[in-house]
Design a protein around this ligand. Sequence first.
Ligand code: ADP
Length: 332
Amino acid sequence: MSKKEIVMSGIRPTGFLHLGNYFGAIRNYVRMQDDFECYFMVADLHSLTTHPDTKELKANVHRVLAENIACGLDPEKAALYCQSHVYETSELYLYLNMLAYKGELEKTTTFKDKVRLQPENVNAGLLTYPVLQTADIVLHRARYVPVGKDQEQHLEMARNFVNRFNHRYGDVFPEPIAFNYNDELVKVPSLDGSGKMSKSENQLATLYLADDDELIRKKVMKAKTDSGPIEPNSTKPDYIENIFALMKLVSSPDTIKKFEDDYNNCVIRYGDMKKQLAEDMVMFITPVREKTNSILQDEVYLKKVMDLGAEKARASAKATMQLVREAMGFNY
Ligand code: ADP
């Protein structure tokens, strides 16, 4: 049997997971776990770039693990682990930092966004975030990285760092590429018609996997609409396009077709559309929320999951680091 291709991805434990995390990342994790050798990590070190206070860290790590498992991730199949449990990451991060330039790091979109959001804490970790992310990926010599569209630029940077390393020290790493089962990477829009759903920005415009039914309904009903199209078959404004995009994630093809037709015939009732969307979201989120809550009760189980994951991830990391040290000439 040929060796399975290697897959790696991570989610930061900086708050409750939302639909963007699910459709951009976790859904692919679950589909990939049977066919690939998978490493999925809770990126707790990355969270220090924006959340230096660690009081909530343990609870957040538990939540990310529980939510991933509730979504269908099987810790027996994939390696599900915490970044900080794999010490080799820090060593590789140091080596790769020597191949990353200040200019290119400063130009990264996510860095510029974070500088705007937290001008009082523009730390060096924030600047070198794409380097740490590259270390996470190539530590397992992973080829595929299931991520949402917001991560495209980071993956491009990862390929640059990998190529520089391979060119200078010899071929150790494959070039990692962003992965999605469909052609396009996913971007789940926020409910206020601007930007993407995100863990910490505009929480009323983001649907979390932990939201209760009433809160889901309330958030969906507040989504921005207008009085409807006047001309048949007209182009949809962004905020309306977003509601259709969300519907496509959770509603049946018949439902979507009905509202598309209504829109094109100028008879659409956005109130009805949002009610339908809210009910479909409730149907989708409720089982995940309930399963997460029951997993969170069992700390012994969560500890076992982390230990098993760390064991698998460290075995893979150890093998890679041997190759890295040899290639770099640390063999005296
Ligand atoms: P956040 O941006 O909410 O802090 P992370 O940075 O931890 O989330 O990202 C975890 C994963 O979720 C990444 O693969 C990212 O691409 C994906 N993701 C986050 N938000 C969205 C979104 N709105 N649409 C699609 N994918 C997303």
